[in-house]
Design a protein around this ligand. Structure first.
Ligand code: CA
Length: 236
């Protein structure tokens, strides 16, 4: 089972103005930023028992240790994705950063929105993706059979007549049973070409999917709503 994706992003940055604008942009995008100014505090957060940090943004010029050194230390106990914030004159050190396992770089000054977009890209790249093989049908789970090569989904052996977004939405849910997807996460994975999608667009598509599933079996309701969290498909 895949655990629900965390939205917690650790910001390690000693310049308050930069940290604040970044935290604001992340929050606006549905992330939960945690901000510290020292490398030592970052290590404490990441080594904390309840740490659910999905990604760390590290300023290279920190007051106690360099972001590069911090990354090295993080790599000794964690493979969480890391994005460096570098000043222009630190350009040379980019190669060093790559070698110690960073996932991306942003050079100051940067647009917070652009950085948030990079965060999304890195997380999406790392998101667990079930492999259906060479277009072969995935085994039927929860009554669903996803035929990726045909862009079709069968429910209890009956092909569903789905729009493109309905198909992508149901595919995401059905291939990851029990995984609770937030609306933001579904928008990321399904509406990749429509960045202005709203929460209620997701809800509307879930509603139409449920209607189509009920048309196959009136008593079935495999798509669960998790209030305040999102949606999942559960085995029947
Ligand atoms: Ca700094």
């Amino acid at each position: 089972m895949i655990p629900p994706a965390s939205r917690t992003i650790l910001i390690v940055e000693d310049e308050p103005a930069i940290a604040d604008s970044l935290a604001y942009a992340l929050r606006t995008d549905g992330f939960a930023p945690v901000h510290v100014t020292l490398g030592a505090d970052a290590l404490k957060v990441l080594q904390g028992e309840k740490s659910d940090v999905a990604l760390a943004i590290l300023d290279v010029g920190l007051p106690d240790i360099s972001g590069f050194e911090l990354c090295r230390q993080i790599r000794q106990f964690s493979d969480i994705p890391v994005i460096f914030l570098t000043a222009r004159n630190e350009e040379v050190d980019r190669i060093v950063g790559l070698e110690i396992g960073a996932d991306d770089y942003v050079t100051k000054p940067f647009s917070p929105r652009e950085l948030v977009a990079r965060v999304r890209v890195v997380l999406r790249r790392l998101a667990p993706r079930p492999v259906a093989g060479n277009g072969a049908a995935a085994p039927a789970v929860n009554g669903f059979e996803v035929r990726a090569a045909e862009a079709r989904i069968l429910y209890r052996g009956r092909p569903l007549d789905l729009t493109r977004y309905e198909y992508l939405l149901l595919k995401t849910l059905a291939e990851n049973p029990h995984h609770v997807f937030s609306r933001a996460h579904l928008m990321d994975r399904v509406w990749t070409d429509a960045p202005d999608t709203l929460d209620r667009t997701v809800d509307a598509h879930i509603k139409s999917l449920r209607a189509k599933l009920r048309a196959v079996d009136e008593t079935s309701d495999p798509i669960k709503t998790h209030r305040g969290l999102g949606y999942s498909v559960v085995p029947e």
